[in-house]
Design a protein around this ligand. Sequence first.
Ligand code: MLT
Ligand code: MN
Ligand code: ZN
Length: 305
Amino acid sequence: MIKIRVLGSAAGGGFPQWNCNCDNCTGVRTGGLDAISRTQSSIAVSTNGEDWLLINASPDIRKQILDFPGLQPNRARRDTGIRAVLLIDSQIDHTTGLLMLRENDKPLDIYCSRMVYQDLTSGFPVLRMLDHYCGVNWHEVTVGGESFGVEGIEGAEFSAFALSSKAPPYSPHRNDPHPGDNIGLRIKDKVGGGSVFYAPGLASIEPHLTPAMNASDLLLVDGTCWTDDEMERREVGTRRSLAMGHLPQSGPGGMIEALKPFERQHKVLIHINNTNPMLVENSPERAELTRAGIEVSRDGMELEV
Ligand code: MLT
Ligand code: MN
Ligand code: ZN
């Protein structure tokens, strides 16, 4: 059995975002909307319920650990349930939490692609910085779907797939995309056979992803924006969802439509931007998702495959 704990279900900025007065952020702050707050994008995965792989390290990690005692056992004076960290990209919402793990009593085992490693040792040199604290053991993740294991998470088989996306603004190759800038991840239980496909940044369901998604029981995928021009609609910016590497849910070719062929899969959206109308529990957008058999993740949600 693979246990998945959603530590943070929001996209970068969280919900509400610190400086945002859009209808959603105002509504959740004042209690005027039927919506709950969410921390930034991260999940934890375990096969034995004791040793956890942190997938993405969000700036909200301190609160996320406090909210999930499983990550902070008391077997020694200094202790953690986090055995390793896997990064799906080098974006701020997925990597700045690494700085908060600097007190680790041994080098952090970090699994990521060569591209992400390069970004995190150049444009945002967080791994170099950690060398002055706990240190880092880098395990290279190859991105062609080859299976690999993670030390401490015995019983799970991992495979990573390159996604067409963009590296972050501080990446040395921001305007020159490479395979591995962003990955989708499949995690399979070697014993029971169940599996999850996880991709919080998914601009499209590319043909090379379909077999892995078809073979998975749970699809935990990009829920960033409802429409491509959502930021503009909310008058909070001009960045477009697709340009940021996130397929919007609604409309022709959107995520709801793209997920339709996956009939037997449990479908859950994650990495939700604070502008997304589906965050409102009693919204028509949420009702549309429910009719399509798609759930919206929340912090603390537990899933099993
Ligand atoms: C993304 O998912 O596109 C980024 O995390 C955006 C951001 O910088 O917050
Ligand atoms: Mn993000
Ligand atoms: Zn907002």
